[in-house]
Design a protein around this ligand. Sequence first.
Ligand code: HEC
Ligand code: HEC
Ligand code: HEC
Ligand code: HEC
Ligand code: HEC
Ligand code: HEC
Length: 421
Amino acid sequence: MNGISLKKPTSYFLALFSFLLAFSVSTTSLQAQEDGEKLFKSYCASCHSPGANQLVGPGLAGVYDKYEKEWLYKWIKNSSALIATGDAQAIAVYEQYNKVIMPAQPVTNIQIDAILDYLKVYAEKAPTVAAAVVGGTEDVIAEDSGLSGYAIAGIIVLFLILIILLRKVQYIFTAANARDSGDEMPEETTLTQALALTVSQNKTIFAVMGIVCLALFAKGGWDSAFGVGVFQGYEPEQPIMFSHKLHAGTNGIDCNYCHTSASYSKSAGIPSPNLCMNCHTYIQEGPEYGKEEIGKIYAALDFDPVTKTYGPNQTPIKWVKVHNLPDHVYFNHSQHVAIGKIACEKCHGPVETYTVGKQYAELTMGWCINCHRETKVQMADNGYYDEIHDRLPDELKKQYLEDGTITVSELGGIECSKCHY
Ligand code: HEC
Ligand code: HEC
Ligand code: HEC
Ligand code: HEC
Ligand code: HEC
Ligand code: HEC
């Protein structure tokens, strides 16, 4: 038998495999960059912006040029130890930033390298962002792209298509050879046969690829389990398809009608089903889900919509909490809404357009502190400040009389104990 033979297309698979390897290496380096970002967000973002803004500590833009790497390793891993050795540069930094101690960070040199790389990339991407943005939106986080997961799935699909194509080509050639030489026509293999054959002819390659895939998947699972402490954009599924867009948007119901306690207490609270019944005793069907979703309110209250009577078997509606500050943080709604006169939208975004509850802001320490640095307190016509005003140190009183502005931070709003129990 002469002519082209493609019985064992191993060489094609070798070529394909090197292509895949190159592809996964390029996604891995992307991964390393993402790692730097994640590390920065879990360890540093509560005190540092990646740009120029000062939070608790200075903005970190340019630190990789400003200091020697060895010095940075020592500083980041244990700044007080470095200061204690009498290192002049460390003492200078410490004094420049009001002698606030930067706590020792549990990171390795490799992780610090990744963080520094991320800072460089951040600076290249957004040379002007740091200076221009206000209101703590500087580090708006790109949603986790899940790139590596998709890449792997894509590679697998591509691979299957290629196997099918190769087998097809192989069949055409063998059939052509058979016709030319007058042999018996070969049988066309099915996809499963083709796969089995390919695997048995290329065992080593498949074993290596299996291991690579497993490792990548394991790493993805690890990252999502321990990686990021920031849940911006979190929108969990709720027991009832309650839509803010329909209620606060289309029907213009005021936020305070349902979240009454936001203006007088620490928490804004989620309304009880009894409050829903003010309207839903009569509104028994919705535009999108008909009776189904409103029926769940009735089920929770054991309410009979026909006789309009309540039964004894009531069960609470288990709304999933969207926002979750850690227990060590103190946040008070009325302080911000009633005294600070800050609109809900400032922290929760355009809620009247949400069909599902979601977390709009980062809720990191940097986010709180950024706003406290930038926001001027509303002193005028605000009874709360009359007495505080009297107690202000003279220089702040003078500043207030001169330009009418004092920021939250100047009143002590970035002292650790204000927010931490
Ligand atoms: C709890 C707050 C806090 C955390 C977390 C924190 N830092 Fe700092 N950092 C500071 C403060 C405050 C300073 C200012 C120096 C001082 O007062 O000691 C500082 C200073 C620095 C400096 C010197 C900057 C300059 O321009 O001189 C670098 C570099 C730095 N931090 C890196 C990091 C990195 C990297 C991380 C994360 C691994 C981190 N820091 C985490 C509070 C923090
Ligand atoms: C008709 C009653 C109603 C109105 C009006 C309403 N909400 Fe809600 N809100 C709810 C319910 C019920 C939930 C819980 C379900 C969810 O998270 O979507 C909720 C959840 C929320 C959450 C997320 C809470 C969490 O779990 O962390 C925020 C933030 C919020 N509302 C803000 C607002 C703002 C701002 C407005 C005004 C623009 C508003 N709401 C108007 C009923 C209401
Ligand atoms: C102030 C009146 C009012 C209150 C209070 C109220 N709703 Fe509604 N709700 C409405 C109106 C109006 C509609 C839309 C009816 C329509 O367009 O046909 C609606 C529709 C709905 C729908 C149907 C959605 C759809 O597209 O099918 C659900 C579910 C719902 N509400 C849940 C709730 C829940 C849960 C509460 C209590 C947390 C609540 N509502 C409180 C007025 C209210
Ligand atoms: C200064 C920022 C800020 C403003 C302004 C603000 N919130 Fe919040 N809100 C938060 C934070 C932070 C949380 C998370 C609190 C927690 O987990 O303890 C939260 C949580 C909530 C929740 C979940 C339930 C709870 O109390 O934890 C609701 C509902 C809510 N806010 C509604 C509102 C409404 C309605 C307004 C306007 C009247 C408002 N918020 C104004 C920052 C804000
Ligand atoms: C949108 C701007 C903004 C954001 C974001 C914000 N705050 Fe505030 N905060 C204010 C303003 C304005 C005041 C001043 C009101 C006052 O003086 O009580 C204030 C006051 C406070 C106070 C009282 C300070 C004092 O000196 O008594 C605490 C505590 C506080 N905020 C905690 C937090 C926490 C925790 C977060 C983040 C989860 C946060 N804030 C996010 C604007 C903000
Ligand atoms: C305006 C409020 C506010 C002030 C002031 C504040 N923190 Fe925080 N802090 C927070 C919030 C909110 C979180 C939770 C952040 C998160 O979950 O991502 C936090 C988290 C932390 C953590 C846990 C690490 C982390 O990133 O989750 C440490 C440590 C910490 N703060 C130390 C400090 C120190 C030290 C100071 C004083 C220099 C301080 N904080 C001042 C609001 C504040």
